[in-house]
Design a binder for this molecule. Sequence first.
Ligand code: NAD
Ligand code: TYD
Length: 351
Amino acid sequence: MKRKLLITGGAGFIGSHVVRLFVNKYPDYQIVNLDALTYAGNLENLTDINEKANYTFEKGDITDETFIDELFQKYHFDGVIHLAAESHVDRSILDPLAFIRTNVMGTAVLLNSARKHWKGNENGKLFYHVSTDEVYGSLGEEGFFTEETSYDPRSPYSASKASSDHFVMAYYHTYHLPAIISNCSNNYGSHHFPEKLIPLAIHNIKNNKPVPVYGKGENVRDWLFVEDHARAIDVIFHNGRLGETYNIGGFNEWKNIDLIQLLCRIMDKKLGRPEGTSAQLITFVKDRAGHDLRYAIDATKLNKELGWEPSLQFEEGLEKTVDWYLSNEEWLQHVTSGAYQQYYQEQYQKR
Ligand code: NAD
Ligand code: TYD
């Protein structure tokens, strides 16, 4: 079936992988990528598909009601995959209101336009919201987040994502807006902005700069290769059940310090440095405020219902990621010039 899809946040890390997958896999679909091009949005992420006939870029802000309404009028979307968001926990601690504006208001504006535009004609439509496992809060040493776990967000970022999830379900129940949510664990891979742990560490190791590890490095995250996340979104978008939530995870838990040690070994190998060189850069710094101890996802529902599973082992995915950063020097240079330096100073100077 020919479809008209709005993908928001397609110039960001995960969004660019989702746009690439859909544009290449579904030549019959008309894909519109809407992105405000904040510090995290970068059209260089999409140079390989920019010229494709089934792809259009629209620059705009999801909080702009008039603009979003006009976009629905212009393209008559029958599907939305919503990824646009402020996505970094540390920035949400510095400026929580920006997160409420984009993640809560922006999602509500999109939901409202979809509701108005699809009213009485909901059949075959879908509003798919891409969310995070962080809405579930923090785990102790044991247990996993399932789709039944109660929401317990603890950072301004996760609170804003939890709130946006609630609005999606409120529109599903109140207005019968066809909607699905997925909640995914930490992603890693190419085109990841170097404010997040893995790309930041790669960038610093390469430049012989200290690698900041918060607290004692004992916090645990579940890591998933970004292309596996994009594949999961494809499967859920096409075959997921309306009104459902799907957890997506890598069955791949790592303590931050163990992950960084592994990354240091890979970097030593790739850069031809004697083993142990990069690990000397590890620097323990002041912990993040309200730092969630552990995230772990039980993705059994997605596996059982829709047959999805991660495709890569972590070491393999991490090597691929390092290779990409080492051979895309120019990309890294562009995103780390200007405003990045100012953020880095503010974030790490006093730690
Ligand atoms: P990102 O920060 O790399 O990209 C976000 C994109 O949204 C950028 O291109 C930015 O320009 C755009 N954007 C921001 N505000 C906007 C606005 N007001 N209007 C229009 N566009 C705007 O984020 P990401 O890591 O790719 O995450 C994408 C989505 O996936 C987010 O919703 C995030 O909550 C979710 N998620 C991320 C992870 C992860 O590990 N990164 C894990 C699970 C879920
Ligand atoms: P991050 O990549 O910011 O993702 P999230 O906070 O959404 O999980 O951080 C991953 C983990 O790494 C988290 O426990 C915080 C930690 N961390 C550091 O130790 N040092 C850093 O410089 C950063 C950015 C994160």
